[in-house]
Structures are given as C-alpha cells and as structure tokens.
Write a protein of this length. Sequence first.
Length: 524
Amino acid sequence: MAELAVSGTDTVKLIRPQAVIARAKAAVSAFIGRALKGPLNQPVPLRSFEDYRRIFGGLWQPSTLSYAIEQFFENGGAECTVVRVCNGGRAPTLHLPAARGALILIGLAPGTREYLRASVDYDGIGAHEPDRFNLVVQRLRAPGSELIEQQEIFRRVSILPSAERSVLSALAESQLVRVHSALPAERPDVSASAPASVGYSVSEADGDDGDALTAYDIIGEAERGTGLFALRGAEAFNFLHVPPLTREQDVSLPALLVALRVCRERQAMLLLDPPISWSDPVQAEQGMRSWPLFSEDVLMFYPRVIALDRLRGHEETFAPAAAAAGLIAQATARRPVWSAAADEELTLHARLRPAVLVSDLDHERLTQAGVNVLQTQRGARPRRLGLRTLLGERARRSDFRYASARRLTLFIVSSIEQGTRWALFEHPGAALWRQITEQVTAFFEALEDEGAFVGSRAEENFFVVCDQRLNGESPSQGAAVQLVCGVAIARPREFHAFLIRHAHAGSCVRPVSVNRFALPLAGV
C-alpha cells in the first residue's frame, strides 16, 4: 500500500497504480491420459513434442495420449499442459545395503522406463554421528547413461525414525522416491565402486506400466487432486481433450461430464472425438439424435483422420480432436478470436486426410447438428458453415452456437479474472472499487477499438460494476472482492454477464442475470 505524507503524522493512503489487464492466452490445450513415464497427476506445461518425449517418454503404442500430443504440435499447436494418469502400475525400487538389512526406496512415478540410482556417503559426518549419512538420488535418461534428468541431494539425514531430520521425513519432500519399507537398524553403507570413487545403486527391474485406463483413472478424486482434478492446479488453458482410452475404446460419458465440469471452472472448452461407431456420415447423423451431451462449452470434430504411425511404419486411423486443437492454435496465432475469419472451418494439412468422405449435404447436416467436419485443401470448394459449438439445432438462436462467440466471452472473462487478482491484497473501499472499474473499462475499450464488439457505442458493448452493492457498505480488510461485468456478443445491449469473486481461498467466476433495461445491476 502506498502512502503520501501531508502534515505531521497524518497520512493519506493511496491505491498503488496497476498495469493494464494482460490479455489471456486463447489457444492453450490441456490433455490427460496414459504415458510411458513421467510424473503422475501433475499438470506439466509443454512447448514442443521434444518436451513431451523428454518428460513422458515419447510415442508409445498403448498411449493414445502420446499420438495426440504429436499431432497437436505437428498441426500448429504451440503450448499445452499434460496430466499423466495410470491404472495400477508400479515404480521401481532401490536397495541401499546396510550392515544389517537395507534401506529400500521406491520411485514415485510408475513404469518400466523409470531409471533411478542412488549414492550414499559420509562426507562431513562425524564419528559421533553413527546414524547420519548423505543421500543422492538421480533419474537417468536411459539405463547405464550418465545423462541425468533430475537430481536430489539430502545431506545429514538420519536412519533413526524419531530424529529431527529422519530420512523418512526428508524423502517426504522428494519428487523422485519415498522410503518403501521399515528402516534398517543401521545407516546404509557408503556406495563405492572403487577406492576413492563414488558408486551408485541402480533401481531394480521391477517397475510395471499398469493396465489400460478406465474412466475412474481419468476422473480421479477431487480431494486428492488426481485425474482431471489435477487440472485445478494447472496454469490457464483454453481447451481440454481426453484422448480415447485405447485405440478401440471411447471415453465414457461420466468422464466427459467431469471434464466439462473442470472446463467450466477454468473458462475452457472441451474438445470431443466422435464415437468409434460413427464409421460413416449416416451413422454420425443418426448418432447425434441420441447424443447425450450438449453444451456451448463443447466442440466435436468429425471424421477420424488418417496419419502415419511412426512406430508401426504405416498409416493408421486416429481420433481427430488433438489435430483440430493444433489447427485452432495455428489459426489463433494469425488472428484474434473475434475476427470475421475466426469461424472458418478447419482445413487439414497435407499429411492428414479424413478417414471417410463427407458429401456437401452430409457436411451441412452435421454442422447444423453441432458437429464440425474437417475438410482438406483438395476439397471441391471451400465451405463456410462456421465452427460450431455442440448445441445442436435446438439452440439456433443461441449467441454461442458459433465457437468464436463463446471463445471471445471466455477470453474476456479469463483476462479480467486473472488481471484483477491483485485487488484482494489491497485495502477494500470506494477507491479500490473505482480503480478496478477503471482498469476493466480500459481493457474493454481497447478491445472495442480493435473491433471486438457489435455495437457502435461503449454502453451498447459492455458494462462494469464494482461498488458497495457487491462488496458491502463497511468492508473489512481481507474480505472478498467482487465485480460484475457484461459483454454484448451478438447484438448491442444484449449482455452476457459474469460475477467475478476473489477470495483468499481462490477466485471464481459464474454467470449471472442482469436486467438490461435497468443497468447497472438490477436483477443480479
């Protein structure tokens, strides 16, 4: 809090100036699935397939996730977040011999490609400290390699479980291993392969990759932050895709519903693959009649695509949504989400082709039902039916039937939510509320200058409310800060409004209804 001295001991408290609201990213995708190696239930940001190969092991035939990430980056994706989940599986163990027994460690990440080693020494340990030792744990790129991917050093740990720095408590902070069994009576022996040299104990070949994923593995547990709920701790993302569980098994409806719930919490959209049973356009049209999941926050793509499987050395059929996410990212890098071209349909690159041909009539029918048909540059003529959300024909009048309208709204809300978090740490009151209003208004005005809105005047395009009606007449330090903002997407003064709330427990966003004839705020 800035202070300005005016006389004697009196001071006037000022709200320190805040920078303009930064624009949120608009094409970051999140993926969840099975991988060859890597951390479990942790959102890991990636910027290339080489990052994925280094952390998660690269292409692996049982992993539809690995092929999805490859196709995302090959088709223009620039940033994504990956969560690895596993069904069963076992991490390898490490045995560090002691005079009586052994200190046994187990890795945190399951899999047969988790290569660990550890070393023990007594450097700096006095003769009067027979329980103390130093421990070094490393993860290697390959067995027998000296290429170290990660290393942790634990100095002066004790073999005694009751000691202040017991190896039990020290390794509780490790990102590589834990103590696997009862501690031996004595500390482990020094690891030495030759006099005056450092030796290592390598992990056993007892790791296991686990079984094919189930819906339970994808869903996870909210309390433990596993599965889809791990994304609650991820950096901001705009799309979420759950690849098929196997090459022959779709993601079940319960998992998709939880994924959609996570998307709504994070102002993101869910990308869906078509069911495997939709082998031709007729079956796809029939399938849509009984399709159970409709939402303005869902995009579905059809048909599946044919691409080279580099592991098998020949072409295979793949689910299309990951490639579509890459194409969306590539298009977003060239133009803003509110541009007139933002709703153009996606055109596959030359290295991809549709698994089935879709006639013009079937293309139009599927699009009207909310299914986005991927086309090729070799098509007879470009189609401009627009990228649609999965609302279907039942929502012909919805502002969000086009993906660009929904993406613009989510982009605005995400930017404002992220850009006003600073307010929670300031003294509440009229001065703070006024500055929030000015900051958000300036953000809207900048978008208005770039042609993001449909109206000709500011009052037709947006509104911002942050005052005592939302935050109380007598605010207390540390209280939640709330604001309501509205934006007209399709028609002037027809606002979609959102309540943004910042509290020490976290920030949240939810849609609200406002009376557009009595703005501001009547009817919240």
